[in-house]
Design a binder for this molecule. Sequence first.
Ligand SMILES: Cc1ncc(COP(=O)(O)O)c(C=O)c1O
Length: 406
Amino acid sequence: MSTKQKQRARGFFQEHTLYPSMVVAKAASPINKNGFTSPSSTLNLDKGDPLVFGKYWKKKSEECMVVIKGCELMSYLSDTSNVCWYMLPELKDAIERLHHVVRNAVTKDKYIVIGTGTTQLFMAALFALSPSMTTSHPINVVSATPYYSEYKDQLDLFCSERFQWGGDAGEYDKNETYIEVVNYPNNPDGTIKEPMVKSIVEGKLVHDLAYYWPHYTPITHQANHDVMLFTLSKCTGHAGSRIGWAIVKDIEVAKKMVMFVQMSSIGVAKESQTRAAKIMGVICDGYQKFESIEPDQLFFEYCKNILRERWEKLRRSIELRKVFTVAKYPKAYCNFANESFEALPAFVWLKCEEGIENAENYLGKLKIRGRGGVRFGAGSKHVRLSMIGTDDEFTELIKRLSNAKY
Ligand SMILES: Cc1ncc(COP(=O)(O)O)c(C=O)c1O
């Protein structure tokens, strides 16, 4: 490891000692059998564990059942005629079908690469897009502030010689090529972002579309970018299956991403792939054979209603206390739902009023753990809280916020 890399690694560990919320296992308080922290313990809304959709999947338990025999799914290989040779054909079909139903992304004439979550595919994309010859220094990876905190954290941890964290895309002014990560709707603030770098040098783009699904945001167009990342974690809520997929325009980029996954995990667990395909199939059946299901029982409608109810309650609580403010999202027409609605993001991005300098610390006093704005490249007046935890967690959040006083 070079001295520079060592310094970056040291920086990472120092920062994460300062922000212990990163260590989810340690941060968790005693959890009772409902999965909810007791009233005297800290309510952990730092993490984005998507358990909110569990209610829906409970109703569909039987339909989503997958049985795998002892002799099945044993090989590393799945379909050697595909660039992504470890992807089961049924998962590829299910991904294409889901995008066809939702019309949120173009898959035609593109390559699908799957990974162990988008977390792995993000690194795979950077590996594929960065120059293969080691140049004098690593390529900068930038994203507009407030950016998803894990982008920086991952890069700082891995200390690659090929790429490094380059900070806020809006501030990038070097005459050197770069990779910009565009995340829409954006985690943490729920906004629809565009590429931000204004450089004379051409850069490469990675679009992280983890939340571009119609329960979170209006589907206004079919995304058609060079590299698009999606994840089962935030689409259906099955984060534990660790399935992510990339839709890639250029075959050479797709091949390099596959090589990265091959070198880091020799593919993706087939048990997870089978389950993901089944779950996507159940969602699509609902829309394509809808005579058998009530419209409000369709996956995206059902989940959007839960999120809408939560957002209404949260906004009421915030407005009443006047300690925090939260942005209003513009209404947009959703081509999928055929109606206009305001975004219902997976996280709330709170800003504290004048007189309070540190939003994360303020919430800490109410025994609510959020992720402070600094982790996202923003100031300490902001804090992010998950809106996608269990019902018990959400009810407790509203209760604890009622103790906020200015
Ligand atoms: C914007 C964004 N991208 C990627 C991920 C990672 O998802 P995965 O569970 O597929 O690794 C998350 C998870 O919270 C996210 O919010």
